[in-house]
Design a protein around this ligand. Structure first.
Ligand SMILES: CCCC(=O)SCCNC(=O)CCNC(=O)[C@H](O)C(C)(C)COP(=O)(O)O
Ligand SMILES: Nc1ncnc2c1ncn2[C@@H]1O[C@H](COP(=O)(O)O)[C@@H](OP(=O)(O)O)[C@H]1O
Ligand SMILES: [Mg+2]
Length: 390
């Protein structure tokens, strides 16, 4: 097998938000929920964790064949070019893939395919809807979120379930499914949100690390109670459960130890905690995405009583972070967390007293018009600044 050109896998994931749904409005007036999936206890990376749908990019996601399916002018098919910087994940050349699709398209296609494989949800649009999405994209108002509601899918449930199993085995069949349905992956409904690189210190079995593009997608219809025409998770696959929760509900489930959420997903849920309406979240996400984003690799500092994951902008973040982890995979200190938090002027870090006790501490101004997380703790009041905990 050819050696890997990068010591990590490239992946994409989607913060999928939908209004209403089972149970009506959630506590504290939030009018939307976010999809979380529980990973199998047998996963080689983050077993049993709750994550957003996503996974590793496949060569099929970079296939130039997609240009024949997606409307809009190649190469970007109507995606708006960014004003700000592009994270290395998007800017990378991949000569081994030949005449490959740009990362901006391929990672969106990956996130959409993985959402079908893992949750049975098809983020597809009719071609004329897609054309309208492209036109809205080039206007200043931004797109209305358009993802085809389940009842408009032209194949019966059992047939879609069969396609889902086939795509899980062979990702290139996702393109064949789109052709069969006469629908297009709604890449325009996915806004670039963030980019996280797993530090070597936190790699899974076999050194698994991921450079993951996080997208936001706000559905115009209510959260589907059941996967679109596809079977429910059977408890024995890659995904063992699906649930829609508001950010604060997810936080409460984490606190009560009903679910475990990894730090990057925890951080992103706290960012969503700034928005109580799907409309505001969608408007913020689609406008902000034009600014681009940077790749964040947390630097792990092991203290005597827990871990601090230092993020870019924090005064302890190294100027030249060791991306491969060959020099020093972790920083160590014999001080306690409390001591390492005292008198710090520029804070951007997550504190893990243990993996079940995570808090975010931030007082920096985010780059690229992004937003700081907000504390979702009911004791401190939903909406308090994370840093107010200090
Ligand atoms: C004790 C802390 C352990 C960690 O926090 S490691 C950091 C884990 N999180 C990430 O790397 C963020 C992005 N990862 C993901 O969203 C998923 O892990 C994945 C990359 C989409 C999973 O890929 P699969 O191919 O589905 O395994
Ligand atoms: N039934 C199952 N139980 C546990 N893990 C499974 C599984 N089916 C697939 N997987 C794992 O899920 C990963 C594929 O995820 P995705 O398609 O989201 O990238 C693969 O992990 P690895 O490639 O890390 O071994 C694969 O081994
Ligand atoms: Mg996955």
């Amino acid at each position: 097998m050819a050696p890997r050109s990068r010591p990590w896998r490239e992946a994409a994931t989607v913060l999928l938000a939908a209004g209403g749904g089972a149970g009506g409005a959630s506590p504290r007036g939030c009018d939307y929920r976010v999809l979380l999936l529980r990973r199998s206890p047998r996963s080689a990376f983050m077993p049993s964790a709750h994550v957003f749908p996503g996974g590793v990019a496949d060569a099929a996601d970079f296939s130039p064949e997609w240009w024949t399916v997606l409307p809009g002018p190649a190469p970007l098919c109507g995606l708006r070019p960014k004003r700000g910087p592009r994270a290395p994940l998007f800017a990378a050349e991949r000569p081994e893939l030949g005449q490959a699709l740009p990362g901006d398209l391929a990672f969106r296609l990956c996130a959409i395919r993985e959402t079908f494989e893992e949750a049975g949800l098809l983020l597809l649009a009719e071609p004329d809807q897609a054309q309208a999405a492209i036109e809205a994209f080039s206007s200043s108002e931004g797109p209305a979120p358009c993802v085809l509601p389940p009842e408009r899918l032209p194949l019966p449930g059992p047939e879609l379930a069969e396609w889902r199993r086939r795509v899980q085995r062979q990702p290139s069949l996702f393109l064949a499914l789109c052709r069969r349905l006469g629908l297009v992956p709604n890449i325009w409904a996915l806004s670039e949100w963030s980019n996280w690189l797993t530090p070597r210190a936190l790699a899974g079995k076999g050194g698994r690390r991921y450079d993951t593009a996080f997208f936001l997608c706000c559905l115009a219809h209510a959260a589907p109670e059941h996967p679109h025409g596809a079977h429910e998770p059977d408890g024995d696959g890659e995904v063992t459960a699906c649930q829609w929760s508001s950010p604060s509900e997810a936080f409460e489930l984490f606190k009560s130890q009903d679910i475990w959420i990894a730090p990057p997903q925890f951080y992103e849920l706290c960012r969503l905690g700034n928005f109580s309406t799907l409309h505001d979240l969608h408007t913020f996400g689609s406008e902000r995405a034009l600014e681009g984003c940077e790749r964040w690799m947390p630097v792990v500092l092991v203290a005597s009583d827990g871990q601090i994951h230092i993020l870019p902008g924090d005064e302890l973040y190294p100027e030249d972070p060791d991306l491969t982890g060959e020099r020093k995979p972790v920083l160590t200190s014999n001080k306690k967390i409390e001591e390492l938090m005292k008198g710090v002027k520029k804070l951007h870090r997550m504190v893990l007293r243990d993996p079940r006790n995570i808090s975010v501490h931030v007082n920096i101004q985010q780059k690229y018009k992004h937003i700081n997380p907000r504390l979702l703790d009911s004791k401190n009041g939903n909406g308090a600044d994370c840093n107010s905990k200090l």
